[in-house]
Write a protein that binds this ligand. Sequence first.
Ligand code: ZN
Length: 711
Amino acid sequence: MPAASRFAPMILSALLAAGLAGAQTPDNPLLKPSPLPLQYPQFDKLRDDDFAPALDRGMAEQLAEIQAIADNPAAPTFNNTIVAWEKSGRLLNRTTTLLFNLLGTDANPARQKLQTDYAAKLAAQRDAVLLNPKLFARIEVLYAARDKAAPNAEGKRLIERYRREMVRAGAQLNDEQKTRMKAINAELATLTASFNKAVLAEVNDSAVVVDSADELAGLTPAQIAAAADNAKKRGLEGKYAIALLNTTIQPFETDLQNRALRERLHKASIARGARGNAFDTRATLSRVVALREERAALLGYATPAAFVLEDETAKSADAVNAMLRQLAPAAVASAKQEAAELQKLIDSEQAAKGEPSFALQAWDWSYYADKLRSAKYGFDESQLKPYLEITSVLERGVFFAAQQLYGITFKRRTDLPVYRDDVWTYDVFDTNGKQLAIFIADMYARPSKRGGAWMNSYVSQNPLEGTQPVVANHLNIPKPAAGEPTLLTWDEVNTMFHEFGHALHYMFNKGRYPSLARVPRDFVEYPSQVNEVWADWPSVLANYAKHYQTGAPMPRELLDKVARAKRFNQGYMTVSYLSAAIVDQRLHQLPAGQAPSAEDIVGFEAKVLKEEGIDFGPVPPRYRLPYFSHIMGGYSAGYYAYIWSEVLDADTVEWLKAHGGLKRANGDALRNKLLSRGGSEDAMVLFRNLVGHGPDIKPLLERRGLVVQKP
Ligand SMILES: [Zn+2]
């Protein structure tokens, strides 16, 4: 996924001029742009105490800037209104970017307290700008005359975007409605912060502890050592703790031979957020949905989904439903076929052991799927891993593909400060040898990091300020015990290519105006998914997949097996994803007053899965509602975006293959027609310009081995 902050409103302004009194801390590194290369953050000089004064001052500064624009006696012009707005709020943007990035990657109680303390203030800040009537009046003048007022097509698009953003925030509401809108936004901001905090606390609290290493049979010695280490850190010396990730399925469900422990692990995972403890998120979620319904109704939309989707390439809930419902039956049919094969394997294994068989359960799926893949295709994950060493994958795989395609180059640097010593930094150079960006690779899981994988930026490409990107990728790769190599799963390799696709999109942006860097959410996953194609591209794979001890290349036959196994388990993967996407849609397609209560959240999910014909016990949703962080942040009514983008992705991969694959000409086309364009043009126009036709779903269906029945 991309960074939530990428979609956060670019524009925040100040509410309170108070708070300035305590802000005179001359050594606060946040108050000035960093003197480091490309304004790379001074992580070494930054103290958590520096944030509050910088936030207060940043809010006050921007409030003054926005008020000056609104009060300008001169008639509104593009420069005195739009460009001035684009340039406002530098300190606040710098500070919130840093704070929210660190909350995602390295949260601590001080930072979490800041998040809680400032959530409502920052929401109010945004409202103070977007609901400013004098500012809106100026935007309306420019909007009415936009063909003449804008200096170029991008400028016209920017006027339209600002107006749309204000209207969608409620600029056309009456005063009473605006007051209610502000109250809703403040409450939503606070609830979102507390949901995210609870999810992180709950995932740590739900670690599964076992007494003896025997129970961990199936894990490697390094994984067992890491579990022992984990337990020690929790004050449970001599025991073993399996840390959880935020997804429903836990990686160790693939490896653990002990069925009872797999079940325990799985049940601990899916119980999260609904255990009635301090980290229970159900009441928060219920309230969030109710507030979103009320906000949508205030703005004249039937449901929260209608409000969200209008601004996406999908445009309507009907379009999204049609797409999801077209795929769901085919995916379930595939998953049921896969389940039947797994059941056969279980039956025959149990018979061979002289033990009674059992029905396949959710906690058996990964374990037997791995065995089945091994039987069918002659390999399993553990054979691949020695060839997938983390730095080799990154530098000789991900970077190598980008170099071949775009001509950009990378150089590791070790002189820049980092917030954790397992974070790496690289200079990125453009084709002309000049610096393009700094790339931060933060690959390891840690208890202070939220789940999943995402891209963030610390500094953006901004011609108005002359800044260049500082961009980061964050993954959650379990850290091996000290001295052990980090060997990746195939899934992690793909994730690394995926997230770097977001980074490329961000680094290549060439727009004149920073606000136009944003693209619709259901489009943003498209370039990142396209970048995954290079993970098993033969020349790329041959370059990075080398045995970590011997340096021997991954054997040809293993490569071929990987390629042949590509569609393996796709029914499972698709159902697990689609069920979460459908639940997200249905939850946000309820009209005002229909939000499920806290007690009904879990039941609502079950009811929806049943109604949509996607309730297949052995394949639970990738995220269950109480820990579905995506829908709390930027992906509410937006989790469908991945498969929506994948239609464009699969179609584009066909185009790439037809045009010779990994070569500079294709990279130049991708960069010039898509990656450098940000949101400066309609997203679907960019797609058409690149591949020469509108989106076609067939390549996606073929890729996933799905057959869609004719209605
Ligand atoms: Zn993504």
